[in-house]
Design a protein around this ligand. Sequence first.
Ligand SMILES: [Zn+2]
Length: 273
Amino acid sequence: MVLVYIIRQKVSNMAWKLDSNIFKRYYIDTLKSISCCDLCGANVSDSYLLGYSLSQALLCQSCVNDLPYFNQSLIAGNLLRWPAVHRALPNIHFEQLFALSPYIYPFNKWLAQMKYLGRFELASLFSVLLCAQWQAMIMNQTIIPINLVLAVPLHIKKWQVRGYNQAHLIAKTFAETLSLPYDANLVLRVKNNDSQMGKTGSQRRKNLANAFALQRKLGSHIKHVLIVDDVVTTGTTVSEISKLLKQAGVETVTLVTVCLTVPNAKDNGPVIS
Ligand SMILES: [Zn+2]
């Protein structure tokens, strides 16, 4: 009797396993059939970029290859070497500016969708693209090893309304992927200032004065910090954070951003690969 019971249980478990495998295969096949590229609508199979899988990032391989990146080799991984940017970002307190793309399609559309429509999956896409470009750049350039990664913080009231900080979502995955230490709480936004949109550089600096604070003392080994943001226009926000970090002993700050609002769009040509 016991033997019959055991055999029945085993057969029953096998049947369940069989059903579960069939269901898993059906689920994957269905997902594949409904997954289509966010830009051209083509079916997305396995898209790769320098070893990073983009199959869950909703982009087909052709569209990945066509994205309008800055040509990092022309600017040696630092957009501050490009005269148009250097002129447009006076009085900044960070040493390196690394951006994926000018603020143009499709990045401008994606950034707006992530910020205002809650498309969180785009944060992973941005992180993967940033990691791939960053690693390609450091293969050709000598850069100082990064001790800490930070994200531009939101004021608690803005965070409560939006429910998330898009820069944090990008920075966290970026740091994890590159095995760099990340601190989401070191810099606090203590002033809920007006939007920076439409303000000149000096108005932005005034608006952001004393807007940030460090939550704790920095370890003496932290000399080179990388700050992640989604879009940079004048660099004032990261510049203010950089000032604080440098007062705390940091020597260099690198700003990594998905998009840079290029001062004169006509100047884009030579720097887009
Ligand atoms: Zn596509």
